[in-house]
Design a protein around this ligand. Structure first.
Ligand code: 2AM
Length: 186
């Protein structure tokens, strides 16, 4: 059996935005910050995929046509079922981004890729939390979220998206952009 590659489709962030996110991370005393080179906006998580499936995905995404658009990061929040699992920077409502997510999922499905589609909730994870937080951590988190609710870096232009691979190790995840697909200007 072929070993799968843990794969996702994501938008890379400009350096200026990563700097703004790094400043945001510095204010958070708990959790593990995502390294600056790993910061990204996920469009679709594909899970484990074979080499053959990745070739099909690459062909499908190469043929996708969409226009560039702007993204505004806005606010910070937490995600998790029982307990907060990750801290993220939010994204202001963005129909062009939602449309791109739909187009990516449709193109990949049409190419025969199989993956579970999750509700698209655009975000940039800035830190991961492990284990259930104690009261002092919950207090620190509340304080942090309230203090950074107004986070609003300048909007940035999205002129492409990529097919990414995640390499997991004991040191954490390292992400590799396998291919980049350009969006057309206007
Ligand atoms: P996250 O930021 O919410 O953790 C690589 O793992 C990327 O795919 C991350 O941005 C991660 O989102 C996203 N992703 C979405 N669903 C995932 C899942 N079930 N397991 C791991 N990563 C997932």
């Amino acid at each position: 059996m072929t070993a799968g590659h843990r794969t996702f489709v994501a938008i890379a962030l400009p350096e200026g935005i990563r700097d703004d996110l790094a400043a945001l991370q510095r204010g958070l005393a708990i959790g593990r910050p995502v390294p600056p080179e790993n910061l990204h906006l996920t469009l679709a998580f594909l899970g484990d995929q074979t080499d053959e499936a990745l070739e099909e995905a690459h062909l499908a995404l190469s043929g996708l046509r969409a226009a560039t658009f702007d993204v505004q990061l806005a606010g910070v929040d937490v995600l998790g079922e029982q307990a907060p699992r990750l801290v993220f920077a939010g994204v202001a409502p963005n129909p062009a981004l939602a449309q791109l997510e739909r187009a990516v999922v449709q193109a990949l499905r049409a190419a025969g890729l199989r993956f579970a589609r999750q509700r698209f909730r655009p975000h940039v994870t800035i830190a991961r939390l492990s284990g259930a937080p104690g009261w002092s951590e919950i207090g620190a988190l509340r304080h942090y979220l309230a203090g950074h609710a107004g986070f609003r870096p300048p909007p940035f232009r999205v002129d492409g998206f990529g097919l990414w691979r995640s390499h997991l190790s004991r040191k954490g995840a390292r992400y590799e952009e396998l291919a980049r697909y350009a969006l057309s200007a206007g």
